[in-house]
Design a protein around this ligand. Structure first.
Ligand code: C5P
Length: 403
Protein backbone atom coordinates (compact mmCIF):
# COMPACT_ATOMS: atom_id res chain seq x y z
CA UNK A 1 0.00 0.00 0.00
CA UNK A 2 1.53 3.31 -0.97
CA UNK A 3 1.57 6.25 1.43
CA UNK A 4 -1.02 8.69 0.14
CA UNK A 5 -1.63 11.20 2.84
CA UNK A 6 0.10 12.51 5.97
CA UNK A 7 -1.53 14.54 8.71
CA UNK A 8 1.11 17.20 9.38
CA UNK A 9 0.92 18.81 12.81
CA UNK A 10 2.94 22.02 12.93
CA UNK A 11 4.07 22.98 16.44
CA UNK A 12 5.26 26.37 17.62
CA UNK A 13 8.97 26.66 16.97
CA UNK A 14 11.06 28.83 14.68
CA UNK A 15 11.60 25.87 12.35
CA UNK A 16 7.86 25.92 11.56
CA UNK A 17 8.93 28.32 8.81
CA UNK A 18 10.41 25.30 7.02
CA UNK A 19 7.10 23.41 6.88
CA UNK A 20 6.01 24.75 3.47
CA UNK A 21 9.25 23.25 2.17
CA UNK A 22 8.39 20.01 3.99
CA UNK A 23 4.96 19.93 2.34
CA UNK A 24 6.72 20.28 -1.03
CA UNK A 25 9.28 17.58 -0.24
CA UNK A 26 6.44 15.19 0.66
CA UNK A 27 4.48 16.16 -2.42
CA UNK A 28 7.51 15.46 -4.60
CA UNK A 29 7.27 11.90 -3.31
CA UNK A 30 3.56 11.68 -4.14
CA UNK A 31 2.48 12.17 -0.52
CA UNK A 32 -0.35 14.63 0.17
CA UNK A 33 -0.72 16.63 3.40
CA UNK A 34 -3.58 17.71 5.59
CA UNK A 35 -2.39 20.27 8.14
CA UNK A 36 -3.10 21.08 11.77
CA UNK A 37 -1.40 24.32 12.79
CA UNK A 38 -1.05 25.10 16.50
CA UNK A 39 -1.62 28.58 17.83
CA UNK A 40 2.10 28.99 18.48
CA UNK A 41 2.98 27.49 15.09
CA UNK A 42 0.95 30.19 13.36
CA UNK A 43 3.43 32.76 14.77
CA UNK A 44 6.11 31.33 12.47
CA UNK A 45 4.20 30.20 9.38
CA UNK A 46 0.93 31.52 8.05
CA UNK A 47 -2.12 29.30 7.58
CA UNK A 48 -2.48 30.83 4.12
CA UNK A 49 0.96 29.59 3.01
CA UNK A 50 0.16 26.04 4.12
CA UNK A 51 -3.39 26.14 2.72
CA UNK A 52 -2.13 27.34 -0.66
CA UNK A 53 0.48 24.60 -0.86
CA UNK A 54 -1.80 21.77 0.33
CA UNK A 55 -4.86 23.12 -1.50
CA UNK A 56 -6.83 22.25 1.62
CA UNK A 57 -8.16 23.92 4.76
CA UNK A 58 -5.63 24.34 7.54
CA UNK A 59 -7.14 23.16 10.82
CA UNK A 60 -6.40 25.36 13.83
CA UNK A 61 -9.11 25.14 16.44
CA UNK A 62 -10.53 22.27 18.44
CA UNK A 63 -13.99 23.75 18.43
CA UNK A 64 -14.55 25.08 14.95
CA UNK A 65 -18.11 24.64 13.80
CA UNK A 66 -17.37 24.86 10.07
CA UNK A 67 -14.54 22.33 10.16
CA UNK A 68 -16.27 20.08 12.67
CA UNK A 69 -19.32 19.85 10.44
CA UNK A 70 -17.16 18.89 7.44
CA UNK A 71 -14.75 16.60 9.28
CA UNK A 72 -14.86 15.98 13.04
CA UNK A 73 -11.56 16.25 14.93
CA UNK A 74 -11.52 12.51 15.63
CA UNK A 75 -12.00 11.71 11.97
CA UNK A 76 -9.30 14.25 11.11
CA UNK A 77 -6.88 12.33 13.31
CA UNK A 78 -7.57 9.17 11.32
CA UNK A 79 -8.03 10.61 7.86
CA UNK A 80 -4.36 10.19 6.94
CA UNK A 81 -2.17 7.09 6.71
CA UNK A 82 0.41 8.54 9.09
CA UNK A 83 0.72 11.48 11.50
CA UNK A 84 3.84 13.64 11.36
CA UNK A 85 4.61 16.31 13.96
CA UNK A 86 7.11 18.88 12.67
CA UNK A 87 8.40 20.76 14.49
CA UNK A 88 7.61 18.74 17.62
CA UNK A 89 8.09 21.15 20.52
CA UNK A 90 8.89 20.21 24.13
CA UNK A 91 5.33 21.26 24.95
CA UNK A 92 3.64 18.97 22.39
CA UNK A 93 5.95 16.07 23.27
CA UNK A 94 5.19 16.58 26.97
CA UNK A 95 1.45 16.74 26.41
CA UNK A 96 1.25 13.57 24.38
CA UNK A 97 3.64 11.67 26.68
CA UNK A 98 1.33 12.49 29.57
CA UNK A 99 -1.97 11.97 27.80
CA UNK A 100 -3.02 15.60 27.82
CA UNK A 101 -5.31 17.00 25.16
CA UNK A 102 -6.30 20.65 25.38
CA UNK A 103 -6.04 21.78 21.77
CA UNK A 104 -6.62 20.34 18.32
CA UNK A 105 -3.03 19.10 17.84
CA UNK A 106 -2.79 17.20 21.14
CA UNK A 107 -6.35 15.87 20.80
CA UNK A 108 -5.63 14.54 17.31
CA UNK A 109 -2.43 12.92 18.57
CA UNK A 110 -4.25 11.11 21.36
CA UNK A 111 -7.18 10.10 19.16
CA UNK A 112 -5.22 8.75 16.22
CA UNK A 113 -4.83 5.06 15.47
CA UNK A 114 -2.16 5.70 12.84
CA UNK A 115 1.64 5.53 13.09
CA UNK A 116 3.06 8.74 14.59
CA UNK A 117 6.40 10.31 13.67
CA UNK A 118 7.89 13.40 15.30
CA UNK A 119 10.68 15.73 14.19
CA UNK A 120 11.65 17.52 17.42
CA UNK A 121 13.03 21.05 17.48
CA UNK A 122 13.97 23.03 20.56
CA UNK A 123 16.80 24.75 22.35
CA UNK A 124 19.67 22.40 23.22
CA UNK A 125 19.23 22.87 27.01
CA UNK A 126 15.56 22.05 26.69
CA UNK A 127 16.36 18.96 24.59
CA UNK A 128 18.79 17.74 27.22
CA UNK A 129 16.49 18.42 30.16
CA UNK A 130 15.69 15.18 32.04
CA UNK A 131 11.95 15.93 31.85
CA UNK A 132 12.07 16.14 28.05
CA UNK A 133 14.25 13.03 27.82
CA UNK A 134 11.78 11.19 30.09
CA UNK A 135 8.89 12.18 27.83
CA UNK A 136 10.81 11.09 24.73
CA UNK A 137 11.48 7.69 26.30
CA UNK A 138 7.78 7.35 27.15
CA UNK A 139 6.76 8.16 23.59
CA UNK A 140 9.35 5.80 22.11
CA UNK A 141 7.84 3.10 24.32
CA UNK A 142 4.41 4.01 22.94
CA UNK A 143 5.71 3.42 19.41
CA UNK A 144 6.35 7.02 18.31
CA UNK A 145 9.22 7.24 15.81
CA UNK A 146 11.57 10.24 16.06
CA UNK A 147 13.44 11.93 13.21
CA UNK A 148 16.40 13.98 14.41
CA UNK A 149 16.95 16.49 15.86
CA UNK A 150 20.10 17.58 14.04
CA UNK A 151 23.11 19.10 15.74
CA UNK A 152 24.26 22.58 14.78
CA UNK A 153 23.97 26.29 15.33
CA UNK A 154 20.56 27.27 16.61
CA UNK A 155 18.39 30.32 16.11
CA UNK A 156 18.87 31.15 19.80
CA UNK A 157 22.66 31.41 19.29
CA UNK A 158 23.58 28.17 21.04
CA UNK A 159 25.10 25.06 19.49
CA UNK A 160 24.11 21.39 19.89
CA UNK A 161 21.31 18.93 19.18
CA UNK A 162 17.91 20.57 18.80
CA UNK A 163 17.61 21.74 15.19
CA UNK A 164 14.72 20.25 13.28
CA UNK A 165 15.89 17.77 10.64
CA UNK A 166 15.91 19.21 7.12
CA UNK A 167 12.59 18.94 5.23
CA UNK A 168 13.99 16.60 2.60
CA UNK A 169 15.48 14.30 5.26
CA UNK A 170 12.13 14.25 7.10
CA UNK A 171 10.26 13.37 3.90
CA UNK A 172 12.77 10.59 3.14
CA UNK A 173 12.42 9.23 6.71
CA UNK A 174 8.63 9.28 6.41
CA UNK A 175 8.80 7.29 3.20
CA UNK A 176 11.28 4.77 4.63
CA UNK A 177 9.28 4.35 7.84
CA UNK A 178 6.07 3.82 5.89
CA UNK A 179 7.70 1.07 3.86
CA UNK A 180 8.69 -0.66 7.09
CA UNK A 181 5.26 -0.19 8.70
CA UNK A 182 3.31 -1.34 5.66
CA UNK A 183 5.48 -4.43 5.32
CA UNK A 184 4.35 -5.37 8.85
CA UNK A 185 1.78 -8.15 8.60
CA UNK A 186 0.20 -8.70 12.04
CA UNK A 187 -2.21 -11.35 10.76
CA UNK A 188 0.36 -13.35 8.79
CA UNK A 189 -0.36 -17.06 9.16
CA UNK A 190 -4.04 -16.49 10.07
CA UNK A 191 -6.83 -17.75 7.84
CA UNK A 192 -9.97 -15.65 7.48
CA UNK A 193 -13.33 -16.16 5.80
CA UNK A 194 -15.47 -13.11 5.03
CA UNK A 195 -19.01 -13.22 3.64
CA UNK A 196 -20.27 -10.19 1.74
CA UNK A 197 -23.02 -8.88 -0.50
CA UNK A 198 -26.56 -10.15 -0.77
CA UNK A 199 -27.75 -13.65 -1.54
CA UNK A 200 -30.09 -14.32 -4.40
CA UNK A 201 -32.85 -16.90 -4.03
CA UNK A 202 -34.30 -18.04 -7.34
CA UNK A 203 -38.01 -18.34 -7.92
CA UNK A 204 -37.66 -19.39 -11.54
CA UNK A 205 -34.82 -18.96 -14.09
CA UNK A 206 -35.51 -15.20 -14.20
CA UNK A 207 -36.97 -14.05 -10.92
CA UNK A 208 -35.45 -14.04 -7.49
CA UNK A 209 -35.72 -12.77 -3.92
CA UNK A 210 -32.81 -10.80 -2.55
CA UNK A 211 -31.64 -8.24 -0.01
CA UNK A 212 -30.32 -4.76 -0.60
CA UNK A 213 -26.53 -4.89 -0.14
CA UNK A 214 -23.69 -3.38 -2.17
CA UNK A 215 -21.02 -5.59 -0.60
CA UNK A 216 -18.75 -2.54 -0.04
CA UNK A 217 -18.21 -3.02 3.70
CA UNK A 218 -17.53 -6.77 3.41
CA UNK A 219 -15.09 -6.28 0.51
CA UNK A 220 -13.28 -3.55 2.45
CA UNK A 221 -12.93 -5.89 5.44
CA UNK A 222 -11.58 -8.69 3.23
CA UNK A 223 -9.07 -6.22 1.78
CA UNK A 224 -7.98 -4.89 5.18
CA UNK A 225 -7.48 -8.42 6.53
CA UNK A 226 -5.49 -9.38 3.42
CA UNK A 227 -3.35 -6.25 3.76
CA UNK A 228 -2.71 -7.20 7.39
CA UNK A 229 -1.29 -10.49 6.09
CA UNK A 230 -4.23 -12.87 6.58
CA UNK A 231 -5.00 -15.59 4.04
CA UNK A 232 -8.55 -14.48 3.11
CA UNK A 233 -11.39 -16.27 1.37
CA UNK A 234 -14.09 -13.81 0.35
CA UNK A 235 -17.40 -15.57 -0.15
CA UNK A 236 -19.54 -13.10 -2.02
CA UNK A 237 -23.09 -13.01 -3.25
CA UNK A 238 -23.77 -11.18 -6.53
CA UNK A 239 -22.32 -7.63 -6.43
CA UNK A 240 -21.13 -5.05 -8.93
CA UNK A 241 -17.70 -4.91 -7.28
CA UNK A 242 -14.39 -6.16 -8.65
CA UNK A 243 -12.59 -9.09 -7.03
CA UNK A 244 -10.42 -8.05 -4.09
CA UNK A 245 -6.76 -8.54 -5.04
CA UNK A 246 -4.84 -10.85 -2.74
CA UNK A 247 -7.91 -12.82 -1.63
CA UNK A 248 -9.44 -16.08 -2.82
CA UNK A 249 -12.85 -15.15 -4.22
CA UNK A 250 -15.77 -17.54 -4.08
CA UNK A 251 -18.73 -16.06 -5.97
CA UNK A 252 -22.04 -17.66 -5.01
CA UNK A 253 -25.74 -16.91 -5.44
CA UNK A 254 -27.89 -18.52 -2.77
CA UNK A 255 -27.59 -18.74 1.01
CA UNK A 256 -27.13 -22.50 0.78
CA UNK A 257 -24.27 -22.06 -1.70
CA UNK A 258 -22.77 -19.41 0.56
CA UNK A 259 -22.86 -21.75 3.55
CA UNK A 260 -21.31 -24.56 1.51
CA UNK A 261 -18.51 -22.25 0.27
CA UNK A 262 -17.80 -21.11 3.85
CA UNK A 263 -17.69 -24.68 5.12
CA UNK A 264 -15.40 -25.66 2.26
CA UNK A 265 -13.02 -22.84 3.27
CA UNK A 266 -12.76 -24.07 6.89
CA UNK A 267 -10.67 -24.40 9.00
CA UNK A 268 -10.12 -20.72 9.67
CA UNK A 269 -9.03 -18.54 12.59
CA UNK A 270 -11.37 -15.66 11.77
CA UNK A 271 -14.89 -15.64 10.37
CA UNK A 272 -16.58 -12.34 9.55
CA UNK A 273 -20.20 -12.55 8.38
CA UNK A 274 -21.01 -9.29 6.65
CA UNK A 275 -23.35 -10.70 3.97
CA UNK A 276 -26.99 -9.68 3.92
CA UNK A 277 -28.28 -13.22 3.64
CA UNK A 278 -31.89 -13.67 2.56
CA UNK A 279 -33.77 -15.14 5.50
CA UNK A 280 -36.08 -17.15 3.26
CA UNK A 281 -36.11 -18.72 -0.15
CA UNK A 282 -38.93 -19.97 -2.36
CA UNK A 283 -39.56 -23.60 -1.44
CA UNK A 284 -39.20 -24.67 -5.06
CA UNK A 285 -37.49 -23.15 -8.04
CA UNK A 286 -39.56 -23.52 -11.21
CA UNK A 287 -37.57 -25.00 -14.08
CA UNK A 288 -39.24 -22.68 -16.57
CA UNK A 289 -40.41 -19.10 -16.35
CA UNK A 290 -43.63 -18.87 -14.36
CA UNK A 291 -46.53 -17.63 -16.48
CA UNK A 292 -49.67 -15.87 -15.48
CA UNK A 293 -52.46 -18.38 -15.05
CA UNK A 294 -55.44 -18.19 -17.42
CA UNK A 295 -57.44 -16.59 -14.62
CA UNK A 296 -54.67 -13.92 -14.36
CA UNK A 297 -54.11 -14.70 -10.68
CA UNK A 298 -50.61 -14.35 -9.29
CA UNK A 299 -48.99 -17.72 -8.56
CA UNK A 300 -48.71 -18.65 -4.87
CA UNK A 301 -45.23 -18.73 -3.37
CA UNK A 302 -44.26 -20.76 -0.32
CA UNK A 303 -41.16 -19.58 1.51
CA UNK A 304 -38.88 -21.75 3.62
CA UNK A 305 -36.22 -20.58 6.02
CA UNK A 306 -32.59 -20.37 4.85
CA UNK A 307 -29.74 -21.72 6.95
CA UNK A 308 -28.21 -19.13 9.29
CA UNK A 309 -24.61 -19.14 8.07
CA UNK A 310 -23.23 -17.13 10.98
CA UNK A 311 -24.95 -19.25 13.64
CA UNK A 312 -23.96 -22.47 11.88
CA UNK A 313 -20.27 -21.50 11.72
CA UNK A 314 -20.32 -20.03 15.25
CA UNK A 315 -21.72 -23.27 16.60
CA UNK A 316 -19.67 -25.65 14.49
CA UNK A 317 -17.87 -27.31 17.43
CA UNK A 318 -14.31 -28.41 16.75
CA UNK A 319 -14.12 -26.61 13.45
CA UNK A 320 -15.24 -23.27 14.92
CA UNK A 321 -12.93 -20.38 14.02
CA UNK A 322 -11.32 -18.77 17.09
CA UNK A 323 -12.91 -15.40 16.42
CA UNK A 324 -16.41 -15.28 14.91
CA UNK A 325 -17.79 -11.83 14.07
CA UNK A 326 -21.35 -11.08 13.03
CA UNK A 327 -22.93 -7.93 11.66
CA UNK A 328 -26.36 -6.51 12.36
CA UNK A 329 -28.14 -3.71 10.62
CA UNK A 330 -30.35 -1.87 13.08
CA UNK A 331 -32.37 1.31 12.87
CA UNK A 332 -33.04 1.80 16.60
CA UNK A 333 -32.17 0.42 20.06
CA UNK A 334 -28.87 -0.62 18.46
CA UNK A 335 -27.10 -1.73 21.63
CA UNK A 336 -29.98 -3.82 22.98
CA UNK A 337 -30.54 -5.63 19.68
CA UNK A 338 -26.81 -6.11 19.09
CA UNK A 339 -26.25 -7.60 22.54
CA UNK A 340 -29.18 -9.98 22.09
CA UNK A 341 -28.04 -10.95 18.57
CA UNK A 342 -24.50 -11.68 19.74
CA UNK A 343 -25.85 -14.16 22.27
CA UNK A 344 -28.39 -15.69 19.90
CA UNK A 345 -25.92 -16.30 17.09
CA UNK A 346 -23.14 -17.49 19.39
CA UNK A 347 -20.56 -15.13 17.87
CA UNK A 348 -17.71 -13.47 19.78
CA UNK A 349 -18.13 -9.96 18.40
CA UNK A 350 -21.16 -8.30 16.93
CA UNK A 351 -20.71 -5.22 14.78
CA UNK A 352 -23.94 -3.25 14.74
CA UNK A 353 -24.49 -0.77 11.92
CA UNK A 354 -26.82 2.07 12.53
CA UNK A 355 -28.62 2.06 9.17
CA UNK A 356 -31.03 4.82 10.07
CA UNK A 357 -28.94 7.13 7.81
CA UNK A 358 -27.46 6.59 4.34
CA UNK A 359 -25.36 3.48 5.03
CA UNK A 360 -26.82 1.05 2.52
CA UNK A 361 -24.74 1.35 -0.63
CA UNK A 362 -23.11 4.52 0.76
CA UNK A 363 -19.41 5.15 1.29
CA UNK A 364 -19.36 5.59 5.05
CA UNK A 365 -20.57 3.67 8.03
CA UNK A 366 -21.11 4.14 11.74
CA UNK A 367 -20.78 1.10 13.94
CA UNK A 368 -20.91 -0.15 17.49
CA UNK A 369 -18.68 -3.09 18.40
CA UNK A 370 -20.20 -5.40 21.02
CA UNK A 371 -17.90 -7.96 22.65
CA UNK A 372 -17.91 -10.02 25.86
CA UNK A 373 -16.17 -7.05 27.55
CA UNK A 374 -18.78 -4.42 26.65
CA UNK A 375 -19.27 -2.13 23.71
CA UNK A 376 -17.52 0.70 21.84
CA UNK A 377 -19.09 3.21 19.48
CA UNK A 378 -16.84 4.14 16.57
CA UNK A 379 -17.24 7.51 14.87
CA UNK A 380 -18.73 7.60 11.39
CA UNK A 381 -15.97 6.95 8.87
CA UNK A 382 -15.44 5.70 5.32
CA UNK A 383 -16.04 1.95 5.03
CA UNK A 384 -12.34 1.35 4.25
CA UNK A 385 -11.36 3.02 7.53
CA UNK A 386 -13.89 1.01 9.53
CA UNK A 387 -12.40 -2.10 7.90
CA UNK A 388 -8.82 -1.12 8.80
CA UNK A 389 -9.81 -0.42 12.37
CA UNK A 390 -11.61 -3.75 12.63
CA UNK A 391 -8.54 -5.55 11.20
CA UNK A 392 -6.38 -3.76 13.81
CA UNK A 393 -8.77 -4.82 16.59
CA UNK A 394 -8.64 -8.40 15.30
CA UNK A 395 -4.82 -8.30 15.31
CA UNK A 396 -4.87 -6.99 18.88
CA UNK A 397 -7.24 -9.80 19.83
CA UNK A 398 -4.70 -12.30 18.55
CA UNK A 399 -2.06 -10.63 20.70
CA UNK A 400 -0.22 -8.65 18.03
CA UNK A 401 -0.23 -4.90 18.03
CA UNK A 402 -0.51 -2.98 14.80
CA UNK A 403 2.51 -0.79 14.14
O1 C5P B 1 -30.40 -12.08 11.98
P1 C5P B 1 -29.75 -11.05 11.12
O2 C5P B 1 -29.96 -11.32 9.63
O3 C5P B 1 -30.00 -9.65 11.51
O4 C5P B 1 -28.20 -11.30 11.39
C1 C5P B 1 -27.22 -10.62 10.73
C2 C5P B 1 -25.92 -11.38 10.82
O5 C5P B 1 -26.12 -12.76 10.58
C3 C5P B 1 -24.94 -10.94 9.75
O6 C5P B 1 -23.64 -11.16 10.25
C4 C5P B 1 -25.26 -11.88 8.59
O7 C5P B 1 -24.17 -12.01 7.71
C5 C5P B 1 -25.55 -13.15 9.34
N1 C5P B 1 -26.54 -14.04 8.70
C6 C5P B 1 -26.13 -15.23 8.16
N2 C5P B 1 -27.04 -16.10 7.62
C7 C5P B 1 -28.36 -15.78 7.62
C8 C5P B 1 -28.80 -14.55 8.17
C9 C5P B 1 -27.85 -13.70 8.69
O8 C5P B 1 -24.93 -15.51 8.16
N3 C5P B 1 -29.22 -16.62 7.08
Amino acid sequence: MSLKRVLLIVGGGISAYKTPELVRALEKRGIGCRVILTQAGSQFVTPLALASLTKDDVHQELFNLTHEAKMGHIELSRSADLVLVAPATADLIGKVANGLANDLASTALLATDKPVMMAPAMNVRMWEHPAVQRNLATLRGDGVYFIGPDEGAMACGEYGPGRMAEPDAIAAAVEAYWQKVSAYKPLKGKRAIVTAGPTLEALDPIRFLSNRSSGKQGYAIAQALAEAGADVTLVSGPTALNDVPGTTMARVESARDMLAACQAALPADIFVAVAAVADWRPETKAEVKLKLKADAKAPAMTLVENPDILATIAQSGQNRPTLVIGFAAETHDVLAYATAKRAKKGCDWLVANDVSGDVMGGESNQIMLVTADGHQSWPEAPKAQIAERLAAAIATHFGVTTA
